[in-house]
Design a binder for this molecule. Structure first.
Ligand code: IVH
Length: 699
């Protein structure tokens, strides 16, 4: 009997395997038609149905799942690390021409090496991220960034999510394909708005996306890939045009606009047959092609920064050879020489008031939009890696509006072969080991001298302690003389003694002393937010105080107990932020500062009248914390129920913890209900809740 069943199963899975393969091939064909050719053969619904069928079969038969299945573009939550890997083909850059004459000079120079006028292929120079895709026997094995040309980062997991990257080729080639990963302009504008306009251009957003740690996030950004060079292991094709045609057959999308030209105008019928969309002709047509692309540049769906002209014949390419930097058989005609091109002399790190450490590039002074720029922020290590920037590199720097100058890209790698700049391990000011939190590095020493200096300026400033007569110049004066190093020093200086210095009259020092004295009456919430504790800005301080942490000692106690749950229960404070805040509050360096400030009678407790002024309305739910889960008949969406709790003076939170007093459980309440039962919380049904509300309104 058991034998019979076994053989049944074998038959079934052979069938299933066949169906799966058929579906995959079908889906690949439709993806190609849709994404590459832009001509869908079936409706979206039909496509989705095929896709769903494949997904469900793969879910039932996990042994038949393969990494090159079209279902594998969704990405994963697993951390994609970017190990460095060596390129097996040289990933060179391009020589540049800034005028049509220079382009003609290139053609004259290279034609001389040939017996008859050679063919040139002209392609738009897409402005994105350069990528090399390595295929073995038709399967995508690796996707590697350009890096320094010899070693790049392995970003395979992320590149797999891009729909125009074939995971499996139509033919079993072993080939390295070079191409550009780009983000269309309209999608860039849409997304960048969502990212707070943080990216200077689509290229940087594409590069930043490729370096996301979770490939699932990459899958959500509509990146596209265009292929422009192929290095086939076996049976290399004799020409670039033939190579491009083969790449297209394999499922790649080619650079959108192609031209094939020869000085005698002779372009073979074979080329026209292989690349039917290409513009062809002689020198005049080529000039027109360049003019047209230049003119239409701003209207194209993708950013381009020039036109690449390449020799077609691969034999002639070999004869012309290479320099260490670029092939002699190709040139990039660039639309314009960008204004802000300069060289990175060094990279310094600056410690900010929250301890955040920011790399700053010191560049050779360059005039951009009317000002001379010599310092350019590099934001953080991720940004440096996205740019693949090293000291000595030539970079393009932009200044958009009032925005601080930013490095947009590396235009030329340094010749010494220096690798990508790395954040030092220790704080340049106090030598504490730096810690990485998300994209940024921090000096965690609250009393770090550089950090303290930034904190001092922040502490006295408007919006914080607002010490009117202790402006930046006076503060700098005190810092320079060693009279003020840390915040409490402000309250220990003998201001009257300053009259011995020039510029400090009786009246001035009087006002100074008075405004310092007066600042001692600022409420707790202001003092707390002025201390420059990471995460504790005015809004979060407000939330903590409203939630009942009414003194610094309340907060210190929560920190000592590591009571993450209580803080995380406050709407607006997540679990991670809660843990970070508590870690800050545990630091000795902070506690010492607080102790000294206490001695000067700054306020570390919220006065009662401050609280009632801003507390929520009184109501039947005052003092209660509710969590709402499940689905409801009378409250759709369920946020309506949460609003009702808040209108009745209660607080609402998203997660069940011991800080919660009531769980409102609708239909199909799952894990939250179980957790609430475990914690012994009061559980309220929808019916009971409706009754409660009715009773209140009739009261
Ligand atoms: S050919 C050895 N063709 O431009 C051949 N490059 O400045 C080198 N690019 O890193 C590249 N479109 O990222 C080539 N049609 C195209 C291109 C192109 C964009 C980029 C590519 C390369 C950079 C060189």
């Amino acid at each position: 009997m058991s034998d019979a069943r076994q053989s049944d199963e074998r038959v079934a899975s052979a069938d299933v395997a066949q169906e799966i393969e058929r579906l995959r091939a079908e889906i690949r064909r439709h993806e190609y038609a849709y994404f590459v050719e832009g001509q869908p053969l079936i409706s979206d619904q039909e496509f989705d149905a095929l896709f769903e069928r494949l997904k469900s079969l793969e879910a039932q038969y996990p042994e038949l799942v393969s990494s090159d299945s079209p279902t594998h573009r969704v990405g994963s939550d697993l951390s994609a690390e970017f190990p460095e890997v060596e390129h097996t083909v040289p990933v060179l850059s391009l020589d540049k021409a800034y005028s049509f004459q220079e382009l003609v000079a290139f053609i004259t120079r290279t034609s001389r090496e040939a017996d008859k006028p050679p063919l040139y292929v002209a392609e738009e120079k897409l402005d994105g991220v350069s990528i090399v895709l390595y295929y073995r026997e038709g399967r995508l094995e690796r996707a590697v960034t350009r890096g320094n040309g010899y070693v790049g980062n392995d970003v395979t997991a992320n590149v797999r999510t891009i729909r125009t990257v074939p995971l499996r080729l139509e033919r079993p080639h072993t080939v390295a394909v070079r191409g550009e990963i780009v983000l269309p302009k309209d999608r860039f504008n849409e997304l960048n708005r969502r990212f707070g306009n943080a990216y200077a251009n689509p290229r940087n957003l594409a590069a930043g996306t490729l370096r996301r740690v979770k490939s699932r996030e990459v899958a959500q950004v509509p990146l596209e890939m265009f292929a422009y060079e192929g290095y086939f292991e076996q049976s290399p094709y004799p020409s670039h045009t033939r190579t491009l045609a083969e790449l297209r057959t394999c499922g790649f999308r080619l650079n959108p606009r192609l031209g094939v030209f020869s000085d005698d105008g002779g372009v073979s019928e074979e080329v026209e047959r292989m690349l039917p969309n290409a513009v062809t002709g002689g020198r005049a047509e080529m000039e027109r092609f360049v003019e047209e692309v230049t003119r239409e540049r701003d209207r194209l769906p993708h950013e381009i920064d020039g036109i690449v002209v390449k020799i077609d014949d691969l034999g002639l390419r070999e004869a012309l050879g290479y320099t260490g930097h670029h092939p002699r058989w190709a040139i990039a005609y660039k639309f314009e020489s960008p204004a802000g091109i300069t060289k990175v002399r060094s990279v310094d790190v600056q410690v900010g008031r929250t301890g955040r450490v920011t790399p700053v590039a010191r560049v050779e002074p360059v005039a951009i939009a009317g000002t001379t720029v010599s310092n350019v922020t590099l934001h953080n290590q991720d940004y440096v890696e996205m740019l693949e920037l090293s000291i000595g590199d030539t970079v393009s720097v932009s200044r958009r509006g009032d925005v601080i100058p930013a490095v947009e890209r590396v235009v030329e790698k340094n010749e010494a072969g220096l690798s990508v700049w790395q954040m030092p391990e220790h704080c340049p000011s106090c030598h504490t080991k730096l810690e990485r939190l998300g994209a940024h590095h921090f000096c965690t020493n609250y009393r770090c001298p550089d950090r303290m200096r930034q904190q001092l300026f922040f502490f006295v400033g408007r919006g914080q302690m607002d010490i009117e007569h202790l402006g930046p110049e006076t503060l700098q004066f005190l810092i320079d003389r060693g009279m003020v190093r840390e915040i409490p020093d402000i309250y220990e200086v003998d201001y009257r003694s300053l009259v011995q210095y020039e510029g400090f009259g009786e009246r001035k020092v009087g006002l100074l002393a008075e405004s310092v004295e007066e600042s001692k009456s600022r409420p707790f919430r202001t003092v707390l937010a002025s201390l420059g504790i990471p995460e504790l800005g005015p809004r979060i301080c407000e939330l903590l105080i409203e939630a009942g942490f009414r003194s610094i000692d309340d907060l210190f106690r929560a920190a000592d107990r590591d009571d993450v749950a209580s803080l995380a229960a406050i709407p607006g404070i997540g679990e991670k932020m809660a843990a970070d805040i508590l870690a800050e509050l545990r630091k000795d360096s902070l506690r010492q500062i607080v102790e000294r400030l206490r001695r000067h009678e700054l306020r570390f407790t919220e006065a009662e009248h401050d609280a009632s002024a801003s507390s929520a309305t009184e109501g039947p739910f005052t003092g209660q914390t509710w969590c709402v889960t499940g689905s409801f008949e009378h409250f759709k969406p369920r946020s309506k129920a949460m609003e009702a709790v808040r209108a009745g003076g209660g607080r609402t939170v998203n997660d069940v913890s011991s800080a919660v007093t009531h769980l409102l459980a609708g239909a199909n309440a799952g894990s939250k209900l179980r957790k609430a039962q475990r914690l012994g919380l009061k559980i309220v049904s929808e019916e009971e809740f409706v009754e409660l509300l009715k009773r209140v309104s009739t009261d």
